[in-house]
Design a protein around this ligand. Sequence first.
Ligand code: ADP
Ligand code: MG
Length: 240
Amino acid sequence: MIEIENVRKSFGQLEVLKGIDLTVQKGEVVTIIGGSGSGKSTLLTCINGLEPIASGRILVDGTEVHAPNTDLNKLRRKIGIVFQQWNAFPHLTVLENVTLAPRKVLGLSKSAAEEIAARNLKHVGLGDKLSAYPSRLSGGQQQRMAIARALAMSPEYMLFDEVTSALDPQLVGEVLDTLKMLAEEGMTMICVTHEMAFARDVSDRVAFFDKGVMAEIGTPEQIFSAPQHPETRKFLASVR
Ligand code: ADP
Ligand code: MG
């Protein structure tokens, strides 16, 4: 599980995480919603140790992410992260792009990595694109390739940061369907999203972030039907 305990973080004078507490159990899907600049992306980058924190602790399966002796490379193999946009290597095929990390990081042979990559690409619906080049893919297909790339490392946790935000509206659905499939398979996921219908549909819990504070967390029913915090109400009114 992921345990976030009273985490604070600043960029210069600006405190962007003001004491975040959140525990995500194995198999749970937690969605984070909230306005721009509320600290959502920063929290995800702290969870896999891309950013230092000022105080508090983050534990992943009991390993403290920011402890000086923690093997971050080992930890990051457990945690897949997919961003709004991933720039694939344009001169490599889809299959080659997805085999890179398993070969370099896990040290798998070419054939073993290709088998894993092909399986994950099929899983996200790109079984017919293995030998295509990334520039030939639609935005939705590129994002599904990015998801397959993360899955090829056999992560135990997946972090998604607004993976549909850069997509044309007609391509959003196919990517959300992929996330939903992973959720149904039992993947432990933290998803930052602006897609409220998705958050409502797929999450076990929804957290609302406001200016570096987790103002409210609850079931989708609680957050969307009976939000307690005035800022949650304001935010939901603005996105509906
Ligand atoms: P969100 O994802 O909720 O939109 P972010 O976590 O990206 O918010 O950002 C929170 C705040 O931290 C914002 O005010 C943003 O400008 C600031 N910030 C984020 N990353 C950096 C950085 N690397 N350096 C300085 N300020 C940053
Ligand atoms: Mg963000």
